[in-house]
Write a protein that binds this ligand. Structure first.
Ligand SMILES: [Mg+2]
Ligand SMILES: [Zn+2]
Length: 204
């Protein structure tokens, strides 16, 4: 009967987004912060999630620092730029989680077998731990690589493969393995369309 009880039940659906090739244009390791460029429509897509009270959380492997291409602070600078580009269009990420590790890196501080490099589920587990308002039953992963596919499977999430970045190559590989994903989208815009449609179908 208490209102507090009702409030406690409002769990948010969540969309976990890969970074390179999904939100920003895939150009390999980004050495210059200004080279990080959004995929057309990415900010507006994330804004649609924001407005629908769906959490948007970035989940990304960033091994450039482990490879000694740049310091770990550069990864944070790239994310500052990403947040700024999104904010310019009124969009925001609820959180950003990245794995800076590599089993065979060059920077000894970041060289290790970790539990957070996709497809390992560590970053998703951390996100749920730190954001208890998230609804695991309504969780989606959007990405362009096999590591993203594997992550979604490991965490029992719906998966949307985008054809941007490495998406087309990934789709070919998955077809050969007879494991084509249920949801394939041309890009993040169409991925968000599919997710919103699925969530509204589940609600009705
Ligand atoms: Mg990617
Ligand atoms: Zn890691």
């Amino acid at each position: 009967m208490s209102e507090a009880n009702n409030l406690g039940n409002h769990k948010k659906p969540v969309v976990f987004l890969d970074r390179d090739g999904t939100v920003n244009v895939e150009i390999g390791y980004i050495h210059n912060v200004n080279d990080l460029v959004l995929i057309p429509g990415a900010a507006q897509s994330i804004k649609r999630l924001n407005e629908a009270s769906i959490a948007a959380i970035l989940i990304t492997n960033q091994s450039g620092a482990a490879r000694n291409y740049y310091p770990e602070s550069h990864i944070q600078d790239l994310h500052k730029r990403l947040k700024h580009l999104l904010a310019e269009q009124g969009a925001f990420l609820d959180a950003i989680y990245y794995c800076p590790h590599l089993p065979d890196g060059s920077n000894p501080d970041l060289t290790k077998i970790c539990s957070c490099r996709k497809p390992a589920p560590g970053l998703i587990e951390l996100a749920y731990e730190q954001n208890p308002q998230l609804n695991k039953e309504q969780s989606f992963m959007v990405g362009d690589k096999e590591a993203d596919v594997g992550l979604a499977a490991n965490c029992k999430m719906h998966f949307v493969l985008v054809k941007t970045g490495y998406g087309k190559e990934t789709l070919k590989t998955l077809k050969k393995q007879n494991s084509e994903p249920d949801l394939v989208a041309s890009d993040i815009n169409q991925a968000v369309d599919l997710i919103l449609k699925k969530l509204s179908a589940a609600a009705s």
